[in-house]
Design a protein around this ligand. Structure first.
Ligand code: SAH
Length: 346
């Protein structure tokens, strides 16, 4: 009977050490293998050159290394790179490298598809197929770090969980991946350079606060009026703004970490003075700033970017109320790599 091999990277370092002790080997062997798996990103047991042939064979007999594979890499005219990433079960997710003059940011996926149903987002149409494992999230980051070194001559500097999926609906695995990314045994990156973006799951925001996480929080708000928000983000009916607000106040009290609201202004949806006024009021609940994002069309014409006057009204009103606001231009639009465009075209 064939034994189903285990994914070796699902084991903690301690579990690997115990495995070797049970095999009659030294616990230290576990550290060596762990280092190959995580610091050196080994794709096969063969690569582990300081491990004896017999031991490598024994590992081969018991485990697999479920490494991701970058199937296709597209480069945008603005330097943005989009990776189509093949998982061990042949499902595909996408991740994006976004270069600026001084930084390289990785935008990574947390789920295959998405469990939410935001009307303006291409990923929502895929439905959620499964959660990514911690190592599948980590591998996306490593792949982009390598590309950054290769094409931009510098390591990756920032990570945003703004690819496919809702990170707080795959919270445990996202947390494990971030642990690895920030640990000296992984990439040793500062958690302050990591942003987790959520559509706003109140219970999970509170859990993050209780867990005392050190990364930053961004919330895709898009409207501070329940009726409007529910019409474009239907799950808002289940998690209304009052719950979100309470969770965000809880988050700030526990972490003292300012919140970023991501916000797209659409023609005829949220481009009126009353929409800005509601946003200003929402921003008073907890220290925050607003990031106005350009809309990236997803081909059905239902949503359109508001005209520049509406955008000016937002910027002026927010600034007049001492709320920090930035306007973010899209990157990688020509290769469908911008926010909300990740949907495995082709
Ligand atoms: N599920 C998470 C992370 C993925 S979406 C979240 O909702 O935050 C990353 C960001 O892209 C979110 O702010 C989302 O609202 C925004 N977005 C989705 N579709 C978009 C589109 N077509 N144009 C611009 N931004 C979009």
């Amino acid at each position: 009977m064939e034994v189903k091999k285990k994914d070796i990277r699902a084991l903690t370092k301690e579990q690997l050490r115990e495995f070797f002790v049970k095999q009659g080997d030294k616990a230290f062997r576990g550290n060596q293998v762990y280092e190959w798996l995580w610091q050196k990103s080994a794709h096969s047991f063969e690569d582990m050159t300081n491990i004896s042939l017999n031991t490598r064979q024994m590992l081969e007999d018991n485990f697999v290394i479920n490494h991701i594979k970058v199937d296709q890499m597209q480069k945008s005219s603005d330097g943005t790179i989009k990776n189509a990433v093949r998982l061990h079960d042949d499902l595909i997710v996408e991740s994006v490298l976004i270069p600026t003059a001084t930084r390289t940011t990785a935008c990574v996926s947390s789920q295959v598809g998405c469990s939410l149903d935001c009307k303006f987002c291409a990923t929502a149409r895929l439905k959620r197929m499964r959660n990514l494992n911690p190592d599948e999230i980590y591998d996306q980051v490593v792949a982009i770090d390598n590309e950054s070194r290769l094409y931009h001559d510098r390591p990756l500097s920032n990570i945003v969980f703004m690819g496919m999926g809702e990170p707080l609906m795959n919270y445990n695995n996202v947390l494990k991946a971030i642990d690895k990314i920030t640990s000296p045994e992984g990439l040793g990156m500062s958690p302050k350079r990591i942003v987790v973006s959520t559509s706003g799951v109140p219970k999970m925001i509170k859990k993050m606060a209780d867990d005392k996480v050190k990364f930053k929080l961004a919330v895709s708000l898009h409207s501070a009026i329940d009726e409007v928000r529910t019409s474009i983000m239907p799950f808002n009916a289940t998690f209304p703004l009052s719950d979100l607000r309470e969770a965000l106040q809880y988050w700030y009290a526990a972490t003292k970490n300012r919140i970023t609201y991501e916000y797209v202004v659409w023609k005829g949806i949220n481009d009126k003075q009353k929409d800005v006024d509601a946003l200003v009021e929402f921003c008073r609940f907890a220290p925050s700033k607003v990031n106005l994002i350009e809309y990236n069309p997803i081909d059905d014409g239902e949503f359109q970017q508001a005209n520049p006057k509406a955008l000016d009204m937002y910027v002026n009103t927010l600034e007049a109320n001492n709320i920090t606001v930035t306007v973010r231009r899209s990157r990688g639009k020509d290769i469908d790599a911008a926010c909300g465009q990740l949907a495995n075209k082709g």
